[in-house]
Design a binder for this molecule. Structure first.
Ligand code: FAD
Ligand code: UDP
Length: 364
């Protein structure tokens, strides 16, 4: 008899498994895929660590979480500084003094602010949608070259029909600082994210290629408690209907050249290029291999059965999630956690924090 049956070997499940084992409990992890780590899994190709499910950059301002992950891996000094490519014109992201200089030739913050002021005069009052919000933050030129096409490709909708808040999470800075994130700590684990997952799951029994929902009846009899990190609607057999996601398609390619684009992330911000960005994986690790692996990332409409990436945070889906959450709260011996079971866009640091909170509550 196991004390805990953990469904899913992503960050949430692995942190919980490690902490329970450390406290002397007997744990079994089941994972439907043939590998551990969920979305942070990396695959080695020609000595290059490929982020198979999208570029993952660790960043946090939470000291407890930063200290926690540093027990399991050493982090390199990678700082995310993507480049926006608009029809061959290159701009630094996030929007900062370098971007303004390349766009308008402005040199001082006062000059850049005056330019934006002039370009946003069409927006009166509180911005009502993403288009108005973007123009109000950075002016018309940046909206048209760096935001409009990218956002419409990514979300499959017009900027005028998208909520203003989406664009607010991008920093706008009047300093010459190309760091995409504002967080205090940032980096990529040396050796890849698998190093962290392997350390968390060391010595723990893991059954790969095992879908809990297909073997629920027999698995449930083997453990006192279940930690479930899969999709919440599938757990309840979609009885109220399916939660929706925004999906992605990744096209990986191995190229016989040392350096394809000179940067880890290049966003293609025009409407015509069909992909949103190209990732060149070796630059996350300062790789010097003779070959390189790139990934074109396409945004696609999600259909039932596709891999779930980003939850759709609209009112309909949130209301549906809450109906499932009410059912989940009634399950005495099942704890629901992680991005799929909580239907939440969670960065890695937030998932770790959430797992550590669940651990504190469980073992108080
Ligand atoms: P998952 O990693 O999804 O783990 C859930 C696991 O459960 C999976 O392994 C799954 O196979 C398994 N499972 C599901 N159902 C079953 C079942 N029935 N039986 C058995 N196993 C099951 N975060 C950052 O901090 N920085 C970034 O740069 C970043 N980039 C991202 C880019 C993309 C494209 C996406 C989609 C996410 C990104 N994230 C990033 C977020 C990050 O991926 C998540 O925070 C993290 O992976 C979530 O961990 P989790 O354990 O909750 O979920
Ligand atoms: N965005 C943009 N141009 C870019 C990068 C981002 O217009 O070159 C906008 C886009 O609307 C996106 C939002 O900013 O949805 C947030 O960007 P972020 O990189 O945080 O999005 P993610 O890829 O993580 O969803």
């Amino acid at each position: 008899m196991y004390d805990y049956l953990i469904v899913g070997s992503g960050l949430f499940g692995s942190v919980f498994a490690y902490e329970a084992t450390k406290r002397g409990y007997k744990v079994l992890v089941v994972e439907k895929d043939g590998f551990t780590g969920g979305h942070i899994h990396t695959k080695e190709v020609e000595g290059i660590l490929v982020h198979e499910f999208g570029a993952h950059i660790f960043h946090t301002s939470n000291r407890e979480v930063w200290d926690y992950v540093n027990q399991f891996a050493e982090f390199n000094r990678y700082t995310n500084s993507p480049i926006a490519n608009y029809k061959g014109e290159l701009y630094n992201l996030p929007f900062n003094m370098n971007t303004f200089n390349a766009m308008w030739g402005t040199v001082t913050p006062a000059e850049a602010k005056a330019k934006i002021e002039e370009q946003r005069s069409s927006i009166q009052g509180i911005p009502q949608n993403l288009e108005e919000q973007a123009i109000s933050l950075v002016g018309l030129d940046i909206y048209e070259k760096l935001i409009k096409g990218y956002t419409e490709k990514q979300w499959g909708r017009e900027c005028r029909d998208l909520p203003a808040f989406i664009i607010k999470r991008l920093p706008v800075r009047f300093t010459y600082d190309n760091n995409y994130f504002n967080d205090r700590y940032q980096g990529i684990p040396i050796g890849g994210y698998n190093v962290i997952i392997d350390a968390l799951l060391k010595g723990i029994e893991v059954r790969l290629n095992t879908d809990y929902l297909k073997e629920k009846a027999s698995l449930d009899t083997q453990a006192k408690k279940v930690i479930y990190t899969g999709t919440i609607d599938s757990y309840f057999d979609y009885r109220f209907g399916r939660l929706e996601y925004r999906s992605l398609r990744f096209e990986h390619e191995l190229l016989d050249m040392e350096n394809y684009q000179g940067v880890a992330v290049m966003n293609y911000t025009d409407r015509e290029t069909p992909y949103t960005r190209i990732i060149e994986h070796k630059h996350f690790d300062y790789g010097t291999q003779p070959k390189t692996v790139i990934t074109r990332e396409y945004s696609v409409e999600w259909q039932a059965g596709d891999e779930p990436y980003y939850p759709v945070n609209d009112e309909t889906n949130q209301a549906l999630y809450h109906r499932y959450k009410d059912l989940a709260d009634q399950e005495q011996s099942v704890l629901f956690g992680g991005r799929l079971a909580e239907y939440k866009y969670y960065d890695m640091d937030k998932v770790i924090y959430s797992a550590l909170q669940a651990v504190k509550k469980e073992f108080k």
